[in-house]
Write a new protein. Structure first.
Length: 343
């Protein structure tokens, strides 16, 4: 057996790897890794794919993350924010389309204070759906209030665990506070979702291995890995590096090997840079897809990166389209809310 196979067998049996072993997998062509990750996915979470209905309810953001089209210094983007009752209306439509989880995502927009957010959460909860929040860094008290109002999960990517890179990418933010937010979310009993970007300028393979070890240490419930896609109106504008797809896929597959029963989305960014991206991801360890359920007028304005998929498709069409794709690879849409470990 080659040493690569030894590493994969070890990951398969023990769900644990050293940093050097992770690096060997990241530097491989990925083919064997993807097969193992698919097997681990099948044995631990089965063939069901959980669909989460995504509502991107505001593109207004006070932060300046260098990679993101929503960053506050970007004056070219047309901003929008949905009224609370409009968000609730879209969530209701989502549950009527059969989504068992509603994901509420936005820029860091202080218009939505704790009172407004708790109102939105408690109203959506009446539709018998799980709720995931992805609205950035908040205080422990704010996270607690949303949890008490009915939120089940929280998604906050660490983006990178490399201190220097984190500082360069996130003016006026700190890696320490981001980590503290994740620990607070976990302490409050949320299902914790995090993840990283792959392919940021000056990001090393070593730091990606550290990111993976961080996910394991945090014992996350959900990990989303996104290839970095340059946005023309940000400081990181430039050519898309197609290698970001392969590297993101490898990071995702290793995460499946180390955290065998968690939820892992086939991300929209993967499909944006590869027309088969979500299907390839579903066959390499992923078990979740998060289609957007807003109307086109909002979808086009939530431009974190260019050329996003499905911008002109109606939410009902996406729901059918993705179900067709899932069935075409012998999988099925899950009927459950899809909590980690069936909680
Ligand atoms: N504001 C919240 C936050 O930052 O956690 C949630 C919304 S933010 C737009 C969601 C995710 O988009 C980020 O975690 C980041 O990883 C991703 N993202 C932003 N710009 C991107 C880009 N240019 N390419 C790929 N993903 C990007
Ligand atoms: Fe704002 Fe999130 Fe974009 Fe950063 S990644 S600029 S916090 S929306
Ligand atoms: Fe949107 Fe296929 S998932 S059209």
């Amino acid at each position: 057996m080659t040493s690569l196979n030894n590493i994969l067998e070890k990951a398969y049996k023990e769900h644990s790897l050293s940093k050097d072993e992770i690096l060997s997998l990241l530097n491989s062509d990925g083919e064997e890794l993807y097969k193992y990750a698919d097997r681990v996915r099948e044995e631990n979470v089965g063939d069901g794919v959980h669909l989460r209905g995504l509502i991107e309810f505001s593109n207004i953001c006070k932060c300046s993350c260098k990679y993101c089209g929503l960053r506050s210094p970007n004056t070219k983007i047309e901003r929008y924010r949905l009224e609370p009752d409009e968000i609730i209306k879209y969530a209701k439509q989502g549950t009527e389309l059969g989504y068992k989880t509603i994901v509420l995502q936005s820029g860091e927009d202080s218009f939505y204070d704790t009172e407004k957010l708790c109102y939105i959460i408690s109203e959506i909860k009446k539709f018998d759906t799980a709720i995931t929040l992805s609205i950035g860094e908040k205080t422990l008290e704010e996270y607690k209030a949303y949890k008490d109002a009915g939120a089940d999960r929280y998604l906050l990517r660490i983006e990178t665990t490399d201190e220097e890179l984190y500082k360069t990418m996130h003016p006026k933010m700190s890696l320490e506070n981001r980590k503290q937010c994740l620990y607070n979310i976990k302490k409050l009993g949320y299902e914790v979702g995090t993840g990283c970007l792959v392919g940021l300028p000056n990001q090393t393979v070593e730091s990606l291995a550290d990111d993976i070890l961080f996910f394991k240490e945090l014992d996350a419930d959900m990990i989303g890995i996104g290839p970095f896609i340059p946005h023309p109106d940000t400081p990181l504008k430039g050519e898309l590096n197609p290698k970001n797809f392969d590297m993101a896929l490898k990071v995702m597959a290793i995460v499946r090997m180390l955290l065998p029963d968690i939820n892992i989305p086939a991300t929209t960014a993967m499909e944006t840079i590869n027309p088969m991206g979500r299907i390839i991801a579903l066959k390499s360890g992923a078990n979740v897809v998060m289609p957007n359920i807003l109307d086109t007028e909002y979808k086009v304005k939530y431009e974190i990166y260019p050329n996003k998929i499905c911008l002109n498709e109606h939410s009902g069409k996406c729901r059918n389209c993705i179900e067709g794709k899932i069935k075409s690879i012998g999988r099925f849409v899950s009927e459950t809310k899809g909590f980690h470990r069936g909680k």
